[in-house]
Design a protein around this ligand. Structure first.
Ligand code: NAP
Length: 322
């Protein structure tokens, strides 16, 4: 039964991809349209980003104007934590497809290996980390239960491929024991302060394409005013990165993105700015030297900004004090 469905490979070598987290609702449709016009073909969305309808509007306009056909795009979305129960996976995927205005996702990902209590979309959507009583409440679904439902989405043509995000190597080892369709991709926080070399190697050895998110490190989390992001030295201003950038006549962001792509890791940068959107596209077709790669990897501090344990600890504290 292993691999009976054709596995659509994540288009690692195609044009880089546009991430939709923190893209504002009022500008999202225009930004998606503009990203497609600029050359982006992979759109990385999620229920949790709360902008799937607007992203879909941008896609529909781009198709209507003849910029692309649906099959030219690679649309990625993610299953949120409160929709892990087997009864709701398909219904949720269908709602998300309807929001996007498409009839299949190229890739549908389990956003976090964390099952939260179901929150009906009529109560709150996107639901975030809290239940209907504003508490952090774990759900009961196991990863196996959820993955089995994800596989059914492939069987029913609702997703061409399925993947995982924020999984550890240990969880992947377990998943691969029962998966009939192995995950096409693993999406993880990955930048020079969080290299995760062992996890990347394990995934790649198991033919799971690694996709990096927050490739520019603290930059993304400054927007959220996170303390750790303010405390960390900005990677875009880091002397090592800047020296390598000027040696190659590239920007620090391009160096950070190329450091990932050259090591076989796909990137999905997000930018609201046209100039940066354009430069983030140019991250293949030129090479860093082995010493550059090593110098950037040596910046590793094991520094994770997107940490669900911090969220759950904060909510446990709040739950207690309510
Ligand atoms: P990112 O792409 O690493 O960084 C975005 C930040 O960097 C923004 O502040 C952006 O500002 C700035 N920026 C972008 N390009 C730049 C450039 N060339 N030079 C200087 N600054 C630049 O971070 P991210 O948004 O956290 O991650 C990317 C995508 O990954 C998300 O949009 C989302 O799709 C996905 N993601 C997934 C998960 C998950 O749990 N699976 C978690 C987080 C993110 P401007 O907009 O002003 O340019």
């Amino acid at each position: 039964m292993y691999n009976i469905f054709p596995l659509i490979r994540f288009p690692l070598n195609s044009a880089p991809s546009f991430g939709l987290w923190k893209v504002n609702n009022d500008t999202c449709a225009d930004q998606v349209y503009n990203a497609i016009r600029t050359g982006y073909r992979l759109l990385d969305g999620a229920c949790d980003y709360g902008n799937e309808k607007e992203a879909g509007e941008g896609v529909a306009r781009a198709i209507k104007d003849g910029l692309v056909k649906r099959e030219d795009l690679f649309i990625v979305s993610k299953l949120w934590n409160s929709f892990h129960d087997k009864e709701v996976v398909e219904k949720t995927a269908k709602k998300q497809l309807s929001d996007w205005g498409v009839d299949y996702f190229d890739l549908f990902i389990i956003h976090f290996p964390i099952s939260l209590k179901y929150v009906d979309p009529s109560v709150r959507y996107p639901p975030g980390w809290k239940d209907e009583n504003d508490k952090f409440t774990l759900g009961k679904a196991t990863i196996q239960e959820t993955w089995t439902e994800m596989e059914k989405l492939v069987q029913k043509g609702l997703a061409k491929s399925i993947g995982i995000s924020n999984f550890s190597a240990q969880l992947i080892m377990d998943l691969l024991r029962y998966a009939k369709i192995p995950p096409a991709t693993l999406q993880i926080e990955h930048h020079p302060y969080l290299v995760q070399a062992g996890l990347v190697k394990y995934a790649q050895e198991n033919d799971i394409t690694v996709t990096a998110y927050s490739s520019l490190g603290p930059a993304s989390f400054l927007e959220l005013d996170m303390k750790d992001a303010h405390r960390a030295a900005p990677l875009l201003d880091h002397a090592t990165v800047k020296t390598i950038a000027s040696k190659h006549g590239r920007t620090p962001a391009q160096v950070l993105l190329r450091w990932a792509t050259q090591r076989g890791i796909a990137v999905i940068p997000k930018s609201n700015n046209q100039g940066r959107l354009q430069q983030n596209l140019e991250v293949t077709g030129w090479d860093l030297e082995p010493d550059d790669l090593r110098a950037i990897s040596a910046l590793d501090q094991g520094l994770r900004f997107n940490d669900p344990l911090a969220v759950s600890a904060a909510f446990r504290f709040l739950n207690r004090s309510l």
